[in-house]
Design a protein around this ligand. Structure first.
Ligand code: MN
Length: 260
């Protein structure tokens, strides 16, 4: 590779020819963390405590401690997050190859469907009709389900929890297997709190996106925002997790490089 490629990129970033779009939610205590059925242990939400703020605890400096789970806020799911992926080589965030964390994305606009049904199920047929308009999903790319969830969901019930569980969009088993086996995707991403649909606990197998994506060494991104600022194809995602030892996932900053 010549240096010209990278210097072109740097110049395009400086001139605005390539824009950087932030797909990350702000880490804050009130942002919802996924809730499992009550018989299971729960993940920590985000909390932050001041160490000093230009005061007697540290007159010249400001800093804080914070705590959260590996799966709080905008975060990556590594293959070892799921039991099906526990033996995937380099399946933890500290060992996974970083080359794959800079990758193209196909953005599937499901906003009309989710507006009509918050529990919309993404099918293989829906993905195939997307391809008829936008071309084949390239191997090694992310597939993002765009729902504009932040605008659709009730702020006081972000996961859309009902008496029978959460209702939020996600793919069915056939769509997941097709993305893996027929399109060889890198992973699946969403603006909701999980890559699986809210009702996916009742699918067979339960949580098919986690089950098959991670079992096949693929990744997940969730709790993103601003997917409405991405084109259907052509954007490049930069998503590098924290290097947590044996980490099953990690909060991270997800940015997209968008031409134009
Ligand atoms: Mn997760």
């Amino acid at each position: 590779m010549s240096n010209a490629l990278l210097s072109d990129l740097v110049q395009s970033l400086a001139s605005g020819g390539v824009k950087v779009v932030d797909l990350t939610e702000t880490l804050r205590p009130e942002y919802p963390t996924i809730q499992l059925p009550e018989e299971f242990a729960q993940a920590w939400g985000f909390s932050k405590e001041t160490i000093s703020h230009y005061d007697e605890n540290g007159p010249g400096w400001s800093w804080s401690n914070f705590s959260m789970s590996e799966h709080t806020g905008t975060h990556l799911d590594a293959p070892t997050h799921w039991v099906t992926g526990k033996d995937v080589p380099n399946g933890t965030v500290d060992t996974m190859p970083m080359e794959q964390m800079i990758a193209p994305v196909c953005v599937i606009d499901c906003t009309a469907e989710v507006a009509a049904d918050k529990g919309f199920i993404l099918t293989k047929a829906f993905l195939e009709s997307w391809e008829e308009q936008h071309g084949r999903i390239p191997a090694g790319s992310w597939v993002f389900l765009r729902s504009d969830w932040r605008k659709v969901a009730d702020a006081d019930n972000y996961t859309n929890m009902q008496e029978d569980g959460a209702h939020s969009p996600g793919p069915d088993q056939e769509a997941v297997l097709w993305m893996i086996e027929d399109r060889d995707v890198l992973g699946f991403g969403t603006e909701c709190v999980g890559t699986d649909a809210g009702q996916a606990f009742a699918m067979d197998p339960p949580y098919p996106c986690h089950h098959f994506m991670h079992g096949n060494g693929r990744l997940g991104l969730q709790c993103m925002t601003n997917l409405d600022l991405l084109p259907p194809t052509g954007a490049v995602i930069v998503a590098t997790p924290l290097k947590i030892i044996d980490g099953s996932g990690s909060p991270l900053r997800v940015v997209a490089l968008v031409a134009g």
